[in-house]
Design a protein. Structure first.
Length: 308
C-alpha cells in the first residue's frame, strides 16, 4: 500500500519533546519495581553476538536463561514457582545448534533466536541472506532476527524493500521473524516510520530498532515512531505486530521506562513476550542486582551473583 507511505509526515520536534518527557518519568518503587523488573526479565532476548563465542559460553548463557534470577531471591518474593525465564536466547547461526542442545539438556522450552540475512550490515546478496535464514531454521532456531538493506530505505526503493522482507518471511517458514531496521542508519524519523510500515506489510512478526552494532541504537524518539506505526497498522489491519528495542539498554531503570512506554503507546496487551522483547546482553545483570537490593537491603558484591 504505497499510498500509506507517500502520506507519511513525522513532526520531529514534537517527537523529541515527547522523548525528553519520557526520560523524566518517575520510576516505580518497592514491590511495584520488583514486579516490573520480573516482567522485564521474561521479555529479554538474552544475547551473545561476539566473534569469540564458543559452545561453552553459549551453554552458560542458556543456563542463565533458564535461571535468570537467583532462586533464594525469587523465594523471598514468592515467585520461585512461577516459571520465570527469559524470552529467548539469541545467537549467531553457527551457534544455534549449541543453544538448542543446551536448552534441551536443561529441560526447558525457551526458544532460540538467530540473527541472519547478513547481520549486522545487511550488505550481502539476497540469495545468501535467504540461504542463511533457511540454515538457521534447519539448525533449530524458532525465531529469526533479519536485518534490512539500509540502502533500499535511503534511496526510497520501497517496493524493493517489501519484496526483500517478503522473501525473508517466506524463508523463515514456521519460525517467527523479527525485522531489524537499524534505525540509526536510516537518516530520518520519517524513514523509520516508512520502513516500519513496509516491514509489517511484508509479514514481520516483530519490528526491532537496531542490531546493537550501530553508533546509535535504541532511542526513545525512534521507539515512539515505531510504536505509532505498530498502532496505525493494528487499526488498519487488526494484526498485532511485536516491538523490540535493542542495543544500549543496560540498566533496570531503562528497562522499566521502555515497559512503561509500551504500556502508554500500545496498551497492556503488548506487555507479553509474544509482543514485546528487550534485546540485551548485560541488562539482566543490573536487574538481578536491583532485585538483590530490594530483597536484602544491601548491594550485591561481585561474587554474590552469577554473571549474566
Amino acid at each position: 500500500e504505497l499510498g500509506w507511505i507517500s502520506k507519511v509526515h513525522v513532526n520531529r520536534p514534537a517527537v523529541v519533546r515527547h522523548a525528553e518527557r519520557i526520560k523524566k518519568w518517575r520510576t516505580v518503587k518497592g514491590n511495584w519495581q520488583a514486579a516490573w523488573l520480573l516482567k522485564a526479565v521474561t521479555c529479554i532476548d538474552l544475547t551473545t553476538l561476539s566473534g569469540d563465542d564458543t559452545p561453552s559460553n553459549v551453554h552458560r548463557l542458556c543456563f542463565k536463561a533458564k535461571h535468570p534470577i537467583r532462586e533464594d531471591l525469587l523465594k523471598a518474593l514468592d515467585m520461585h514457582d512461577k516459571g520465570i525465564t527469559v524470552g529467548a536466547v539469541c545467537v549467531y547461526p553457527a551457534r544455534v545448534t549449541d543453544a538448542v542442545n543446551a536448552l534441551k539438556a536443561a529441560g526447558c522450552n525457551i526458544p532460540v533466536a538467530s540473527v541472519a540475512a547478513g547481520f549486522p550490515s545487511g550488505q550481502t546478496p539476497l540469495e545468501t541472506k535467504l540461504a542463511e535464514i533457511k540454515l538457521a531454521v534447519e539448525y533449530g532456531a524458532r525465531e529469526i532476527d533479519i536485518v534490512i538493506s539500509r540502502s533500499l530505505v535511503l534511496t526510497g526503493q520501497w517496493e524493493g524493500l517489501y519484496e526483500e522482507i517478503r522473501q525473508c518471511r517466506e524463508a523463515c517458514g514456521e519460525a517467527h521473524m523479527k525485522t531489524i531496521l537499524a534505525t540509526g542508519e536510516l537518516g530520518s524519523l520519517a524513514n523509520v516510520y516508512k520502513a516500519s510500515m513496509i516491514a509489517m506489510m511484508a509479514g514481520s512478526d516483530f519490528i526491532k530498532t537496531s542490531t546493537g552494532k550501530e553508533v546509535e541504537n535504541a532511542t526513545f524518539p525512534v521507539g515512539v515512531v515505531m510504536m505509532r506505526a505498530i498502532r496505525e497498522f493494528y487499526w488498519q489491519t487488526g494484526n498485532k505486530v511485536g516491538f523490540k528495542p535493542a542495543g544500549g539498554i543496560r540498566t533496570a531503570k531503562e528497562a522499566i521506562t521502555w515497559l512503561m512506554l509500551v504500556k502508554e503507546e500500545l496498551g497492556v496487551e503488548w506487555l507479553t513476550p509474544e509482543l514485546f522483547r528487550l534485546g540485551a546482553s548485560s541488562l539482566l545483570g543490573d536487574i538481578e542486582k536491583q532485585i538483590f537490593y530490594h530483597v536484602t537491603g544491601s548491594y550485591a558484591l561481585q561474587h554474590d551473583l552469577a554473571m549474566a
